[in-house]
Design a protein around this ligand. Sequence first.
Ligand code: AKG
Ligand code: FE2
Length: 286
Amino acid sequence: MESATPAEIGTQALPPSDQWSTAPVVPAPVCRFENFLGAERAGTLLSYAISREADFSAGTVLDPLSGQISHKGRSSLVLPVTSTVFSAHLADCLPLVQEILGHRAALTQTLTVLTSHGEGGHYGIHTDASRVHDVGTALSAVYYLHRRPRGFGGGQLRLYDTLLADGGARPAESYRTIEPEHDTIVFFPAGAFHEVVPSTCPSGHFADHRFTLTTWISGTGSAAAASASASASDGPFRIWPWLAHAAERTRPLADVDHDHDGASPIALPAADPATRLALPAPRRTT
Ligand SMILES: O=C(O)CCC(=O)C(=O)O
Ligand SMILES: [Fe+2]
């Protein structure tokens, strides 16, 4: 059969315009790992979280303008923890994660909490600006744990896109949905708007909750410095300063010394050259 000549869509069907939209909607860079710790360690960590039921307390939010701590828009249980083993494992993943996310700034410390969401658990739209030194360069890492079969419903993480318009940036209406699957971890910019949608827990048992080990990873550098040192050719993403722009009004105005949920920083070790992850080489197809 002879191939037809493609039809031209004329100006009657598509009038020319100088009014095309110039406002891109940009997804936040994200990187996920499945089977992150492996079945045995994930199971042990889940049992540990369940065994600490009596020590969890209601998670808080910090108003960026007034500095007031409240429970507004959030129903989560939290337990501040530290783990040098987990931080060391994160450190080994970070070179690869940073490469994938187009992230360039140095990262030096972590802040970690265990969280639990049961019946009616949720965490409204927010950024993690209140947890980190510089919202333009920090990362959030959420590691999920739950019993199988899964004892809760809902509880998805929504990671909002960012709309770049009028020289500024703001959260878009569109988002990516991340399922809180057991033994998976997700990394994303701490300045990206995100939300935990309401969860249900029909049994009402704590052991059936949705658990996380949530870590905020900060450096001391600024987004401006990181983007100034990056040339257009050295990576696919230069979205970080724009995310920071969108998150600006969620940053606490005064320097906050203490985490509002009581988490304490620990130093991020250097990646171990023997165990650090690297981007696998693509397999040749010929
Ligand atoms: O649990 C999640 O999926 C995200 C938690 C979160 O956004 C936070 O603790 O700041
Ligand atoms: Fe968050």
